[in-house]
Design a protein around this ligand. Structure first.
Ligand SMILES: Cc1cc2nc3c(=O)[nH]c(=O)nc-3n(C[C@H](O)[C@H](O)[C@H](O)COP(=O)(O)OP(=O)(O)OC[C@H]3O[C@@H](n4cnc5c(N)ncnc54)[C@H](O)[C@@H]3O)c2cc1C
Length: 413
């Protein structure tokens, strides 16, 4: 089945339509969206398919088949995604199929460690949603995030990694010396070792236009995307250390950097604040919030900003905007697992566990491996790990390193 001809009939106010579109988007499956409130002929087609009822979303596939208000599981099944594993027990289960998880799986499967990767969306993680990775070693002209992700997946498949998609892990627990995971549909799998590579999400402002210009003017990483703005004007949103440090980095490329700070002062350390405030290319606007992003021909052109003291609004022309208001780790499913997290929710590993609360009593006769969590045999790598550097190359690097630690661990159990 070719997936390019999927049509989603719905309406802008319908939450199930949004969920279905999000599912297709996360799995990078192209579709056409038709709002039946703006297209009367499409509305009649929906009514005809549903025996006189106007039910949305109605999703039509190119084989003529259609699904009405499908669950994510029904969509996954129709699209032929592999959502259930062939067995219940593995040497290693990897939770999360981004650069860290897939790299680890390539290493372990190559060493004949029986490996299952469980991914809730599309393989490649955040990297798959990145238009172009310009800083990947070995790709002199850069590489599209989607292409890089497909290559990782193909390589994992070549070494026999078993890959599940559209399955979210909701629980992690221990039973009879095994590590167990449960998926949202209730499936359970166990393994001798568990690797968590579930990454993190950049916090968004959640205002109009923001998601329309992701990667086309709206960015979350100055190291990654700053070099695209040589000689241009950019805005930075945020008042913490990241916003201040990344603004300084952006001055190496942009002609002007306008920092928009919601409060009347920075939260950044004094040393960095002093550097920012003295920099000739940086202008700081206090008490300023972004209320909308807008542009033309798919490219960001301006921000609508508002002073939260005077309530005055204005339009700020920009070539790009960088948002640094924090990161949320994907670790909600670890609640109750006993895995030690830092105060932001990232997984603490290795020697950092000692500084955290003293080494957990579970480690009686050895120190944890560098990428091992507070529970022996459960490892973490990439963006989800406390103190990781939030780059593709370092996530993949940690994936390789953790695979070698897992190999050593498995020799002992
Ligand atoms: C817009 C954007 C642009 C970027 N540009 C660059 C760049 O140019 N260069 C660069 O080096 N870095 C860039 N980065 C950062 C880079 O993408 C990340 O550092 C990298 O992808 C982290 O890899 P990871 O494997 O640790 O985590 P992720 O890539 O976040 O992958 C984690 C995976 O785990 C899955 N997952 C989460 N929870 C669960 C669960 N409960 N069950 C199952 N699966 C789960 C997620 O769906 C995801 O696929 C960018 C990031 C963004 C958002």
């Amino acid at each position: 089945m070719t997936q390019a001809d999927i049509i989603v009939y719905g309406a802008h106010w319908c939450p199930d339509c949004r969920r279905s579109k999000q599912f297709l988007g996360e799995h990078q499956i192209p579709y056409t969206w038709i709002d039946i409130e703006e297209d009367k002929q499409a509305e009649q087609e929906v009514i005809a398919k549903n025996q006189g009822k106007r039910i949305i979303p109605t999703i039509v596939f190119d084989d003529g088949d259609f699904l009405v208000e499908p669950t994510n599981a029904q969509l996954a099944s129709k699209l032929g995604l592999k959502t259930h594993a062939s067995r219940h027990h593995y040497d290693l289960i990897v939770v999360g199929g981004g650069p860290a998880g897939l790299t680890a799986a390539i290493y372990t499967a190559r060493e004949a460690i029986d490996t299952l990767v469980i991914e809730r969306a599309a393989f490649g993680g955040q990297a798959a949603g990145t238009e172009k990775l310009d800083n990947m070693p070995g790709f002199p002209d850069g590489v599209a995030g989607i292409e890089f992700s497909q290559r990782l997946r193909q390589q994992a498949e070549r070494f026999g990694v078993e890959l599940l998609q559209a399955q979210e892990i909701t629980t992690v627990y221990q039973k009879d010396n095994y590590h167990c995971v449960e998926t949202a549909d209730g499936s359970q799998y166990s393994s001798k070792t568990l690797l968590i590579t579930t990454g993190s999400r950049y916090k968004r402002l959640e205002v109009s236009g923001e998601s329309d210009y992701l990667g086309a003017g709206v960015h979350f990483c100055a190291t990654c995307d700053g070099p695209f703005y040589k000689g241009k004007q950019v805005a930075v949103v945020g008042g913490g250390n990241s916003a201040a440090e990344e603004s300084l980095l952006l001055t190496k490329f942009a002609d002007q950097v306008v920092i928009l700070v919601r409060k009347g002062a920075f939260k950044a350390t004094q040393f960095i604040q002093d550097k920012v405030l003295a920099h000739p290319k940086i202008e700081v606007r206090w008490h300023t919030e972004v209320s909308a992003f807008s542009g033309a021909r798919g490219k960001l052109k301006e921000l609508k900003i508002r002073n939260n003291q005077t309530h005055q609004s204005e339009v700020l022309p920009v070539d790009g905007a960088f948002i640094f208001i924090g990161l949320t780790p994907n670790t909600g499913f670890l609640k109750g697992s006993g895995i030690v997290l830092d105060s932001w929710g990232f997984i603490v590993t290795g020697q950092a566990l000692k500084q955290c609360r003293g080494l957990p009593p579970l480690f009686e006769d050895r120190d944890p491996f560098l990428l091992e969590s507070s529970i022996p045999g459960i490892f973490a790598a990439g963006d989800v790990r406390d103190a990781s550097t939030k780059q593709v190359v370092s996530a993949a690097g940690e994936g390789g390193s953790v695979a070698l630690e897992i190999r050593e661990y498995l020799k002992r159990v």
